[in-house]
Design a protein around this ligand. Structure first.
Ligand SMILES: CCCCCCCC/C=C\CCCCCCCC(=O)N[C@@H](CO[C@@H]1OC[C@@H](O)[C@H](O)[C@H]1O)[C@H](O)/C=C/CCCCCCCCCCCCC
Ligand code: UDP
Length: 316
């Protein structure tokens, strides 16, 4: 048994019409719409979800972002992953097949570099859930004041998960990835999103500033080739090339496993997208590190160390 609570920020959003039509078409589905949200803090997503959260009547509560495509069995898959000791089930971000180079780049990013750190963080039991698709127990959330208790943070997802693990609950990844399916996809939006997430991670967990570059192929390769050269006198350049080639092949295998079907682009497209992704990593990392302003939809924010957010009001 489930209910669907649509939370829509803006009353002029054309999706309201679409949701109303769907509700007329499926009158037996228990659904409600909440428009405008309620200001409970800085985080605009929490403000938007607050009314829906107050109305939610079941023990489990799923946050599913506007761009996420749920397959018919996705909800079941997530609920089955919710064991007795689990507080939160999350999906690893991935993307639906889209048209154009930006969509290829996004798929390559989420299927290689992002998947790599997301899965290894989960393996080492590091708190890494993204909030785009997360199923949570409602009672433990209510005990700490509901979602509004997290509205002071921009990375509400990180603090949801932390609140569960601090009280002994486990986090689990469901077997299906989160199929992001936002209609429009461009390079500038991708860049802004990746750096925005980086800024959140760096402010909340500062040692990622040190560790993240070490999970990058080109950067780590320098140390690998240099140390092998130092220890065994192996040729630096040959070793660097072998390192990049092996990494590239492993990334291709990882991407194919996550896609779990045929990819919507050729191997040549993959080579180009992979090279661009890997070589822009340093630039994106430095932009995240040295420009502290976070731009998210229509708002501008600053984070203090630890993650508490402040909205920067535009100067009139
Ligand atoms: C030798 C190295 C081996 C590698 C070991 C792994 C290294 C792990 C390094 C980092 C892992 C982090 C991976 C997490 C990906 C998180 C994606 C992300 O940035 N999400 C943020 C944004 O999410 C959106 O936020 C707004 C919300 O409304 C949206 O719905 C969200 O989708 C998210 O907020 C941030 C999450 C914080 C992750 C913190 C990770 C801490 C990692 C500690 C690293 C310690 C390294 C130890 C190495 C052994
Ligand atoms: O001002 C905002 C910003 C975001 N969101 C919601 O938060 C979710 C994530 O937004 P976005 O896709 O911009 O975040 P990202 O995944 O890029 O971090 C979406 O469902 C948005 O509708 C919102 O309600 N108000």
């Amino acid at each position: 048994q489930y209910e669907i609570l649509f939370c829509i920020n803006d009353e002029s959003d054309p999706s309201i019409m679409l949701v109303n039509r769907l509700m007329e078409k499926y009158p037996n589905v228990d659904a409600k719409v909440f428009i405008g949200g309620m200001k409970v803090g800085v985080n605009p997503k929490i403000n938007n979800m607050q009314l829906g959260y107050e109305a939610a009547k079941y023990d489990l509560f799923l946050v599913s972002d506007s761009g996420i495509r749920m397959k018919e069995d996705t909800l079941l898959d997530m609920v089955f992953s919710m064991k007795e000791d689990t507080g939160l089930v999350h999906q690893m971000p991935f993307t639906c097949d889209g048209k154009g180079f930006p969509a290829i780049l996004e798929k390559v990013y989420f299927g290689t570099a992002h998947a790599r750190i997301y899965l290894s963080a989960d393996f080492f039991r590091i708190n890494c859930p993204t909030g785009m698709s997360a199923l949570m127990r409602k009672k433990p959330l209510d005990e700490v004041g509901g979602i509004k208790a997290f509205a002071q943070y921009l990375a509400e997802d990180f603090f949801f998960a932390k609140s569960f693990t601090d009280r002994g609950w486990k986090l689990r990844i469901s077997s299906q990835p989160a199929w992001q399916n936002s209609g429009h996809c461009d390079i500038a939006g991708f860049r802004n999103r990746v750096t925005r997430w980086g800024k959140l991670r760096f402010a909340m967990v500062p040692h990622t500033i040190f560790f993240e570059p070490l999970s990058e192929c080109f950067f780590l390769g320098i140390f690998v080739a240099w140390s092998a050269n130092f220890l065994f006198s192996w040729d630096f350049f040959v070793l660097y090339l072998v390192h990049v080639l092996v990494w590239f092949l492993l990334d291709w295998i990882l991407l194919c496993i996550i896609q779990n079907g045929s990819l919507p682009f050729s191997k040549g497209d993959f080579v180009v997208a992979w090279m661009i992704r890997e070589s822009s990593a340093l630039y994106l990392y430095l932009s995240a590190l040295f420009d502290p302003t976070i731009r998210w939809r229509s708002g501008n924010y600053r984070l203090k160390w630890g993650g508490i957010a402040e909205e920067i009001k535009p100067k009139l």
